[in-house]
Unconditional design. Structure first.
Length: 300
């Protein structure tokens, strides 16, 4: 791993595969770290010849913690019909500038970009703000954040944004994390609880930062509550929608695909808001197909 200076911050990155290969940037989701990407996915992408770059978003993992910007009170933000950029410490647009800065720091003019969940929203912002840096977009279990898509279920929102009191000890934090994951897990591709606990423990030991999660939550709420206008992008793109996703149900992926010229929409039956088991292979193969198609278009 290495730390790079990006957009004025210290951002942690991990590179896999041949660094002379075509670059592929992975952008993680809300509160997650670069170690959350499935090993099989990274191995397959690196094995296909890509130079895979995973990054910890700001306020996550080993990237810079922005404690100087305080801790937002999420409850009042959740009660607002609209959250403005001026009301949050930073926005997903700022986080997309971090991603562009990672490419700058690594000397890469452009990359194929894969974004998962909140990372998919960051990837869309990256493409809108820095279109020359994005060779293709693969947007996994994410949303357009348009006002027309269904609102998040109150019980799911409460779990996602921490409605209950935070557990006090390590084991309780891990168990609470695993229990919450069950609410958006894939019924056809269930996760292994032991593996999920191991990932939660590794994440806690690597970079436990609940204040940073609150700042990310504020940025995500700003995006979901109409702080920015929905985007219409023109880039080779794949949208992967889990048909059992309880965070972003099917209309989210369908709406997103309609907003990207020529986007492929892959609807995976029995897949929720995670990447587990056989779904990993399905999604990885689709990402590679999207990139190969983009390369053919760019070379024609």
């Amino acid at each position: 791993m290495s730390c790079v200076r990006s957009n004025g911050l210290s951002i942690e990155v991990e590179r896999y595969g041949d660094e002379t290969g075509v670059p592929l940037l992975l952008i993680s989701g809300f509160g997650s770290q670069l170690i959350s990407w499935p090993t099989k996915m990274i191995e397959a992408l690196a094995g296909a010849g890509f130079s895979v770059i995973a990054m910890d978003n700001r306020d996550a993992g080993l990237s810079e913690k922005l404690s100087r910007w305080g801790v937002p009170d999420i409850a009042p933000l959740r009660s607002k019909p609209r959250v403005l950029p001026s009301e949050v410490p930073y926005t997903l647009a700022d986080m997309s500038d971090d991603a562009a800065g990672v490419l700058d720091a690594l000397g890469l003019p452009a990359a194929h970009v894969v974004g998962k969940s909140m990372g998919g929203l960051i990837a869309q912002s990256l493409c809108a703000r820095h279109p020359d840096r994005v060779l293709s977009l693969s947007l996994l279990i994410t949303t357009s954040a348009a006002p027309s898509v269904p609102a998040m279920r109150p019980d799911i929102e409460a779990l996602l944004f921490g409605d209950s009191d935070a557990p006090a000890d390590l084991e309780a934090i891990i168990e609470a994390s695993v229990e919450a994951d069950k609410a958006w897990a894939s019924p056809a591709y269930p996760f292994d609880p032991a593996e999920r606990r191991a990932l939660a423990l590794a994440s806690l030991k690597r970079g436990h930062n609940p204040d940073g999660v609150a700042r990310q939550a504020a940025a995500l709420l700003c995006e979901l509550r109409g702080g920015t206008e929905p985007r219409h992008l023109d880039v080779p793109a794949l949208v992967v929608q889990g048909m059992a996703d309880t965070i972003f149900p099917p209309e989210h992926g369908r709406d997103l695909a309609r907003r990207i010229t020529g986007a492929e929409l892959l609807e995976v039956e029995g897949m929720g808001h995670d990447l587990e088991g056989g779904a990993v292979g399905i999604v990885t193969e689709a990402i590679i197909r999207c990139i190969r198609s983009a390369e053919l278009r760019q070379n024609s």
